[in-house]
Design a protein around this ligand. Structure first.
Ligand code: SF4
Length: 491
């Protein structure tokens, strides 16, 4: 049987209707509740059947719901609402992360590392393999490319391996950037992603002097951390905690943050991990799922789990964190905070993993130790397994060829949720993002297949859960969530 499209006129606005529909999407969040979300991310959580009423125009125009729908740009009594310019401005605000192009520039200064984490995403090299360091001429050229970015705000992030094993080169790169920036006058932040174990007093004094942020790895209590992140000699956890203590004695507290990775072992212990972060003096945690790249895949039994298992872990952790907040301990879950900023504010959090168009190239780029430029951190992780799909070019290529060349254009065809099959009509689209690299890495298809995508299952599960928590007025979750967004304790 063939089905025909209705004629164009069937979709034309009809002036005899009581109101006009503005663009919005919807999603069932529970058996009895559904959410309506418009183009700028405004939402209304209503009883099931509301969308049908809206579309069939059976709403009572005196009802509160009707007024809410008008006020939040879901329907309009005029074909073009009076405040359409306000709406347009809000849409531009949501996409403001595109205004200045690439802000995060990752320098893979070395692949050498003193750990052998079983989930390592970059297939690290041993401490003495100097061939895996970035050479000085590539550092120079990468800095030139970075400073060509139109963005006035730049984050220069050093990754590895373990960047502190090549601290001389980190220092060289920072000093050169500061010198060249006298001409460019950009606002530049420096970040070192480190396991903190090789840190010395001299390094700390330098980080203090240059206001360098330290992003450290901490997977939770010793029995989890040391299992995930083995090293020879003194166990990692003891050295990390000692490094943290020494760091806090020198650099400002706010300049140190921690990042955890969820493995199979972690899945059973969300509360212990959160308690460990509290014990170590942190007031936030990013309950981060593992990335399916590099050694993580080779050690799949320890690392790769179903997205549903991760969601159970995440929800238990989030419930516990909400309970802590209710009891007066201000503590933030970072991923929730990012998504909530999208849900509850007109602004965009600038988180490269959750953007549309995607954060790759638009928000982040990687200069690798081997002289090549990649679209993202995950892209260079694929390259370590000899898959160069997301290699944008050589560090010696022109800025135009790297950032606007054929490879970048090819990736751009698949980097917007607004146009991806499955995402384009998803009711949660305004809060989600496209991830072509993950699609390719997990499904061998840059466009991806949503029903089986772990990225989709994870994000849909988290966004739905957050909306349900907001909808639970008695629990008062929204006040806690707003305190996270504002980074200000609510009680
Ligand atoms: S990835 Fe899934 S949750 Fe996100 S926009 Fe696409 S369909 Fe929706």
């Amino acid at each position: 049987m063939s089905r025909k499209f209705k004629p164009y006129t069937a979709f034309s606005p009809n002036s005899s209707e009581p109101y006009f529909l503005l663009p919005f999407k919807f999603h069932r969040i529970s058996e009895n509740r559904e959410v309506l979300v418009n183009e700028v991310g405004d939402f209304l959580i209503c009883d099931k059947g509301t969308v049908q009423q809206v579309v069939e125009r059976t709403l009572d125009s005196e009802s509160e719901l009707y007024q809410d729908l008008i006020a939040r740009f879901f329907i309009s009594e005029k074909q073009v609402p009076d405040l359409i310019d306000v709406y347009a401005t809000r849409y531009r605000t949501k996409k403001a992360f595109l205004d200045h192009f690439t802000g995060l520039h990752i320098f893979v200064i070395t692949l050498r590392c003193n750990h052998s984490c079983h989930y390592c995403q970059v297939s690290r090299k041993t401490e003495t393999q100097g061939a895996f360091d970035m050479c000085y001429s590539d550092i120079d050229r990468s800095i030139d490319l970075m400073l060509m970015s139109p963005s006035p705000d730049i984050t220069m992030e050093f990754q590895g391996g373990e960047p502190l094993l090549a601290f001389d080169k980190v220092k060289y790169a920072i000093e050169r950037t500061i010198e060249l920036n006298e001409q460019c006058q950009k606002n530049i932040n420096f970040v070192i992603c480190t396991n903190l174990t090789p840190i010395t007093e001299e390094m700390l004094e330098y980080c203090k002097e240059r206001n360098v942020l330290l992003s450290m790895s901490l997977d939770g209590p010793a029995f989890i951390h040391d299992s995930n992140r083995p090293k020879t000699g003194t166990p990692s956890y003891d050295m990390v905690v000692d490094g943290l203590r020494r760091s806090r004695e020198v650099v400002p507290e706010d300049n140190i943050s921690a990042l955890m990775t969820t493995t199979h072992l972690s899945l059973e212990h969300p509360r212990a991990i959160i308690d460990n972060y509290l014990e170590n003096g942190f007031n936030h945690i990013f309950l981060r799922a593992i990335s399916p790249y590099g050694f993580a895949l080779k050690n799949a039994k320890k690392n790769i789990y179903e997205a549903e298992k991760y969601l159970e872990f995440y929800k238990e952790g989030l419930d516990y964190i909400l309970e802590l907040n209710r009891q007066g301990t201000f503590f933030i879950e970072d991923y929730a905070s990012i998504v909530l900023k999208k849900i509850l504010t007109p602004f965009t959090p600038g988180f490269v993993d959750l953007q549309s168009p995607a954060g790759i190239i638009n928000g982040v780029v990687v200069y690798n130790y081997d002289g090549y430029v990649y679209a993202s951190d995950e892209s260079r992780m694929l390259a370590e397994n000899k898959d160069f799909t997301f290699r944008l070019g050589k560090i010696t290529d022109s800025y135009q060829d790297i950032f606007y060349g054929e490879k970048a254009q090819w990736i751009a065809e698949s980097w917007a949720v607004e146009s991806l099959a499955g995402c384009s009509d998803c009711g949660l689209q305004a809060y989600c993002g496209a991830d072509p690299v993950r699609n390719y890495a997990t499904q061998r298809d840059i466009e991806g297949h949503r029903p089986t995508s772990t990225h989709c299952i994870k994000n849909k599960g988290i966004i739905e859960h957050l909306l349900k928590l907001i909808d639970d007025k008695e629990a008062g979750n929204e006040a806690i969530f707003r305190s996270w967004i504002n980074n200000n304790p609510y009680n």
